[in-house]
Design a protein around this ligand. Structure first.
Ligand code: SF4
Length: 447
């Protein structure tokens, strides 16, 4: 083996920020053991793909990446599939990706070094399968960091797994039930991130509003936030993602209202607005209560930005049900909305409902809903013209002398950007005057 490749790894992270945090945790373990991350797969001894597996499209992407790496793999390289996909599709992975040496389930990411160690000792023709699963709290404290840093932003995982029973979702099967981290462990990570100069802390979990339920806490997220307000006062932005409808408590609204450090931004994936479809999805189906709750949040928290996601084409979504969804979206006027055509997932509780709605109808409905939302998002954005906003700078377009960032209204990757004339320091929060608006993005100049 060429000397350069020994003890090196190439890690590909697929899927959502929750998976990114796991990827960074894997990387930290490997780095601590003296391994070196490299960009080029051909220079790497270990090829690791942290997969996303909860939708068919994500599994296809993971298989494509793994197959590509396997096709160029040399005899001295080892290919490992980690993450969600090995939890439910372990055998499929070995069947579909010749040359795959090992798999590591999403709940076993902390055992990455053990897998590499085993592979080194084994005959490489023999795939390695890890043993039974373990929960988050059983690994060594030194490996407990659960964050991923991206510029001035850090995602911080506060819990993993989910105890809800949404019928279309494989996550509880893949990740198991809710396992919250202790407030102490989260605060330790947050303090570390504060020391690194992080400007935006994004708290993530499958369902952040369920934080602490398994630890016997009441309003656990509020308790956690109250502690963070005291312990990391120098992180100016704390953002919450993935709230469950009906679980945004009075305490949380109050905190968002009174504490400027907690951004007035809520991502509440609602998935639909027709009660019958919601019942079939096993989601909160009292849409009047949801509408009232959203109105209440808006009346209490000034300038709150609301984001949601919707699934179209779920079994039973007839034309009247889809129309109710459109009416709801037009009525609530979310700041941001993502739409996904229903993905039929064998093994999910909704499998028994089949997949009766043709893909072209799902796609047409998704497009129709996004067009309706585009008009709403544009008009929300236009209301900010002439206002001053704080913008977290994420990058620079040197050629055009433009700074690219986000305001409190925009979460990374899923929402819009603010494009500012002039060069501002990357990682800083700067005031900008908004001068223009399109559907998703704002334009401004430095104040
Ligand atoms: S809340 Fe529902 S959709 Fe979200 S991870 Fe849990 S089961 Fe899946």
């Amino acid at each position: 083996m060429a000397k350069l490749t020994q003890g090196t790894y190439h890690l590909v992270s697929l899927g959502c920020p929750k998976n990114l945090v796991d990827s960074e945790s894997i990387a930290r373990i490997l780095n601590r053991r003296g391994l070196l991350a490299v960009d080029l797969p051909e220079k790497s001894e270990y090829l690791i793909v942290n997969t996303c597996g909860f939708l068919a499209a994500a599994r296809e992407e993971a298989l494509a990446v793994l197959t590509d790496l396997a096709s160029g793999k040399k005899t001295w390289q080892k290919l490992i599939a980690a993450g969600c996909m090995p939890e439910l599709h372990r055998q499929d992975l070995f069947d579909s990706v010749p040359g795959l040496d090992g798999v590591l389930g999403t709940r076993r990411w902390m055992d990455i070094f053990h897998v590499l160690d085993q592979l080194d000792q084994k005959n490489r023709q023999e795939p390695f399968s890890p043993v039974s699963l373990q929960t988050l709290e059983s690994y060594k404290p030194a490996e407990k960091h659960r964050f991923a840093i991206q510029g001035g932003t850090a995602y911080l995982k506060i819990a993993d797994g989910c105890r809800r029973a949404c019928s279309y979702c494989l996550i509880p099967l893949i990740k198991g039930g809710l396992v919250s981290r202790s407030i102490d462990a989260i605060v330790q990570d947050a303090k570390f991130l504060q020391d690194q100069g992080i400007k935006e802390l994004i708290l993530i979990a499958q369902d952040t509003t369920d934080y602490g339920h398994d630890l016997g806490m009441r309003d656990g997220l509020v308790r956690l936030l109250e502690t963070l307000l005291k312990t990391v006062p120098h992180i100016p932005w704390i953002r919450l993602m993935y709230a469950f409808p009906g679980y945004v408590t009075k305490g949380l609204i109050q905190l968002m209202k009174s504490e400027s450090q907690i951004l007035p931004y809520l991502d509440i994936p609602l998935q639909h607005a027709d009660p019958a479809v919601l019942r079939a999805m096993r989601r909160p189906a009292n849409i009047e209560a949801v509408t009232q709750a959203l109105g209440h949040i808006r009346s209490e928290v000034e300038d709150i930005a609301l984001r949601t996601t919707m699934i179209v084409g779920f079994p039973g979504e007839d034309e009247p049900a889809f129309q109710r969804l459109i009416d709801f979206v037009k009525f609530v006027r979310f700041d941001h909305l993502g739409t996904f055509p229903y993905s039929f997932e064998p093994g999910s509780p909704a499998e028994v409902l089949g997949n009766p709605i043709p893909e072209e109808i799902k796609d047409a409905r998704a497009e129709q809903l996004m067009q309706i939302q585009a008009e709403i998002s544009r008009s929300h954005n236009q209301a900010f013209i002439g206002q001053e906003m704080d913008v977290l700078i994420e990058g620079i377009d040197d050629e055009n002398k433009i700074s690219i960032g986000r305001s409190y209204r925009d979460a990374p990757e899923v929402d819009g950007l603010v494009l500012i004339e002039g060069i501002a320091p990357v990682g800083a929060i700067v005031p900008a005057k908004i001068t223009g608006a399109i559907t998703h993005d704002l334009f401004g100049k430095l104040v």
